[in-house]
Design a protein around this ligand. Structure first.
Ligand code: PLP
Length: 356
């Protein structure tokens, strides 16, 4: 149990227009902070006004990127209850990332308590318009004032909150995806399975290239043969090929084990559908496309939940999926997951957790 001290903001900020939130533009009145020092452990858990953090220019995170982050959401249901979606999975992943990044472990029940406490404290910031939610961003950074590559001895744990809009204000729009054959995001033995800024830093050049060509995101291939599919930008990826639902397996450690991915697998299996977690090559995709068997493709992630893919570009060869529309399986997954998250339908898996 954390003994969280509270320092309230002196004057609450004006709330943004709920119909124009976008993603990651606005931040709430407060944030959660907690420090760590080797030998002392985590200390001084506190809810304080959302404000700049002061760090020495030599703070290790700036130079060696020893940091991690998470992303989940709080949803306001019709009766005003505020609930989280599978926060235990994010917290478990947080500690798996921490191991890989040599960041100290956090106590799962303390983190859940901190998330609930800060969301509850700023609960008037959880929007109520259709499709809106409060994005929760926990992160940990190395704060030692020291140059030279070593594991840090001091860390700052923070949770910031951002009200976000509906991902699809004008209806679900399929995205165009560029298959990246030159740059890679992750390799076996690397940090692909960990949620860290460094993975994103390495991905920017591919993302920039894709955007210049008119594509929304990159589909990353395995880092060794550039042959097997890993994942899309900030989403895991699924394909429906001849009735089989396929997603790359986590075995290589090069893809992020998404909570949305895991939830889709559970739902699809509960519906009795044929689901495989396995290797899938671009060649197999192209072959399926040629034979008219590539029925659907979609990305999964907390931000968009399900993002249908309308086009895949492989070296200039364009594959148009589901006629550029959303396919039936993508649609059913989207309706079911968002239905559970906003408390509109039953939650048979016990995935939702109330904040108070
Ligand atoms: C966060 C993330 C995802 C999606 O994970 P969810 O838990 O479903 O939000 C997928 N890929 C990468 C690289 C990510 O960082």
């Amino acid at each position: 149990m954390l003994n969280i001290r509270i320092e309230p903001i002196s004057k609450k900020k004006e709330k943004p227009d709920q119909n124009n939130l976008g993603f990651g533009h606005y931040f709430t009145d407060h944030m959660f902070l907690m420090n760590y020092t080797e030998g002392k452990g985590w200390y001084d858990p506190r809810i304080v006004p959302y404000a700049d953090i002061s760090l020495p220019p030599a703070a290790m995170v700036f130079h060696y990127a020893q940091e991690m982050f998470e992303g989940l959401k709080a949803y306001r249901t019709a009766d005003g209850t505020i609930q989280l979606f599978r926060p235990d999975k994010n917290i478990e992943r947080m500690n798996n990332t921490n191991i890989r990044m040599c960041i100290p472990q956090v106590d799962p029940s303390d983190v859940l308590q901190a998330i609930k406490a800060v969301v509850n404290y700023d609960r008037d910031w959880v929007p109520s318009e259709e499709g809106t939610s409060l994005y929760i961003r926990p992160f940990i950074i190395a704060t030692d004032e020291h140059l030279g590559v070593h594991v840090a001895k001091n860390y700052l744990f923070a949770i910031i909150l951002s009200p976000v809009g509906s991902y699809y204000p004008t209806g679900i729009n399929p995205v165009k995806i560029f298959i990246e054959n030159e740059y890679v995001r992750a390799v076996k033995g690397g940090t692909g399975f960990a949620k860290v800024g460094g993975n994103y830093a390495a991905s920017l050049i591919g993302q920039q290239k894709a955007e210049k060509l008119g594509y929304a995101q990159v589909l990353w291939l395995d880092g060794i043969q550039h042959k097997y599919i890993d994942e899309v930008g900030a989403m895991n990826v699924f394909f429906v090929i001849d009735g089989e639902i396929v997603t790359p397996s986590l075995a290589e450690g090069s893809i992020l084990p998404g909570v949305t991915r895991d939830s889709c697998l559970a739902l699809l299996r509960s519906w009795g559908m044929k689901v495989s977690e396995r290797k899938i090559s671009v060649d197999e995709l192209e072959e399926a496309y040629k034979n008219g068997k590539l029925d659907e493709a979609f990305g999964t992630g907390t931000a968009a939940v399900i993002s249908p893919i309308g086009e895949l570009n492989n070296n200039g060869n364009k594959m148009i999926v589901s006629g550029g529309n959303i396919g039936p399986i993508s649609h059913k997954l989207y309706d079911t997951l968002t239905g559970i998250q906003w408390g509109k339908i039953a939650d048979p898996f016990g995935w939702t957790v109330k904040v108070d």
